[in-house]
Design a protein around this ligand. Structure first.
Ligand code: UDP
Length: 501
């Protein structure tokens, strides 16, 4: 076991963070760890060698800043479940089209139970609390065995969590005719219609996993969410009431991670572009003129679909940054990308082949719209940057996040996709979204004189200011974080009095 990081005087409260090993989970949990440590708690963030290598800059920056955070590398037992060595992050499975290992990956993760218990047992004084990702339901056994409190971390908003919960609780799916029949989500503030195809449950057909996760959720001592009250107070309260648990809304984490201890450009991975060059490309553009296009870390576009997006962007006539993931790259795509760059010109098109410094790009004033798959992290990053979205959900929580963006917050336009496209979907198919739809959506947000776009931008900016207020000293998320740390400090004290440990 390798432990990186500062090991100074143990602070009274010690949180053990266990992120699920997918970028959309590792990134916010790392931000949460940095935040807790910057607020005076000790943090052990559980990771693996491959994942730690990706965030080396973050580890070094935190150590240089003297933050009491340790990055604990446990060996990921690939061989024990028959997976090739190095398959330590879900994006490796999608990149290599190794989807047959999907369920093995969860089995390997569950085998971390004993090494994690071993690490916790070695700590003196005992840690205060485990904060574990929802995709690690096995951590409830660790908490029970070691008699530690456990909070569940959801990389989702409470609107989506409450929606999933209510659809399950009121057995709504039992009453729908087919995948396409719209139904109203019960128990929400607002009338929201979805279909079973869009909201089949958190784990879709994977009922066994869904049940495990539900169990872990019910047994948890509370819930930590990367969200803030001014954005969705009713849904945070509604979810807390439905679960009969405290929901700690302490986000957006990104806004609390200052350059003093966190490098925005190195979140999750090393960017393939030179960041200063990328920034000077953006500097050369007018304010609110650039479209940023990226679909997260797990959805892989087919070449024909990428080409269709490219044509739509070209026709809209605004400069754009298009991210092409490693898993999407092929000779055909490379040839097309080179042609597109030549045709549109380097001043109009910036194509990033691999990992993009997304949070840095989104917060640049030149960016005026984000075409996104509506992953929660991407959505929240857009909100914290005040950038309206063009939404194209693919699977999981993304359709519900789209509803929040478009119907509740009214800071986005939908591309109208109704059929999920999972990362396990490998069969060839033609483009789902035509170039005209891409062009129209971009124009609706960025062309002069579009009232709708202007209103959305105003609302997005207001929300950005509220997000900043929430994270600033005295703001709702700032205070919630203080209460969270204080509660576990008190808890430790009581435990010490009772048990002497
Ligand atoms: N991300 C990034 N660069 C990339 C692709 C993704 O920084 O090239 C980050 C993005 O900023 C976000 C996370 O990866 O923090 C993706 O999480 P999200 O929930 O949006 O989508 P997922 O990948 O989980 O579907």
């Amino acid at each position: 076991m390798i432990v990186n990081g500062v090991d100074g005087d143990p602070k009274p409260t010690h949180f053990v963070l266990v992120p699920f090993l997918a970028q959309g989970h590792v990134i916010p949990m790392t931000d949460l760890g940095l935040l807790l440590a910057s607020r005076g708690a000790t943090v052990s963030l559980i990771t693996t060698p491959v994942n730690a290598a990706r965030i080396r800059t973050t580890i070094d920056r935190a150590a240089a800043a003297g933050l009491p955070i340790r990055f604990v590398e446990l060996d990921f037992p690939c061989a024990e479940v028959g997976m090739p060595e190095g398959f330590e992050n879900v994006d490796v499975l999608t990149t290599h089209k190794q989807i047959q290992y999907g369920q093995d990956f969860f089995k390997a993760a569950a085998l971390l139970q004993r090494p994690l218990e071993h690490y916790i047992e070695q700590q003196s004084p005992r840690p205060s609390c485990i904060i574990a990702d929802l995709c690690h339901p096995w951590t409830r056994h660790v908490a029970r065995n070691l008699r530690l409190p456990r909070l569940t971390f959801f990389s989702m908003c409470c609107f989506t969590l409450l929606s999933f919960h209510n659809i399950w609780r009121f057995k709504v799916l039992d009453g729908v005719k087919d995948d396409k029949e719209p139904f109203e989500i019960p128990g929400l503030e607002q009338r929201i219609l979805v279909t079973k195809a869009e909201a089949p449950g958190m784990f879709g057909e994977w009922e066994e996993m869904a049940e495990e996760v539900r169990q872990a959720e019910f047994e948890a001592d509370g819930i930590v969410a990367n969200t803030f009250e001014a954005m969705e107070a009713a849904y945070i309260a509604g979810y807390a009431e439905a679960m009969q648990k405290q929901v700690w809304s302490v986000g957006p984490f990104l806004l609390g991670c200052t350059p003093a201890f966190s490098d925005k450009a190195a979140r999750g991975n090393r960017a393939v572009v030179d960041v200063p060059q990328c920034l000077s490309w953006l500097d050369s553009k007018e304010a609110i003129s650039v479209v940023y296009v990226s679909f997260g870390t797990l959805t892989n576009m087919k070449p024909a679909q990428l080409m269709e997006i490219g044509s739509g962007l070209e026709a809209a006539g605004h400069p754009f940054v298009l991210v092409i993931k490693d898993g999407e790259r092929s000779r055909e795509v490379e040839e097309w990308a080179a042609e597109l760059e030549e045709k549109v010109g380097p001043s109009k098109a910036l194509l990033i082949r691999g990992w993009a410094p997304q949070a840095v790009i989104l917060s640049h004033p030149a960016v005026g719209a984000f075409i996104t798959h509506s992953g929660w992290n991407s959505t929240l990053e857009s909100i914290t940057a005040g950038v309206p979205m063009i939404t194209w959900p693919h699977f999981g929580d993304q359709f519900l996040n789209e509803r929040l963006t478009v119907e509740v917050l009214e800071i986005g336009v939908s591309l109208g996709v109704k059929v999920p496209m999972s990362w396990t979907d490998l069969e060839e198919q033609g483009p789902v979204v035509p170039r005209d739809a891409v062009e129209e959506a971009v124009r609706s947000l960025l062309d002069d004189g579009h009232e709708k776009g202007k209103k959305m931008r105003e609302r997005a900016r207001e929300l950005r200011e509220k997000a900043k207020e929430a994270m600033a000293k005295g703001g709702s998320s700032y205070l919630n974080m203080a209460h969270l740390i204080e509660q576990f400090a008190q808890n430790d004290k009581k435990r010490e009095e009772v048990n002497g440990d």
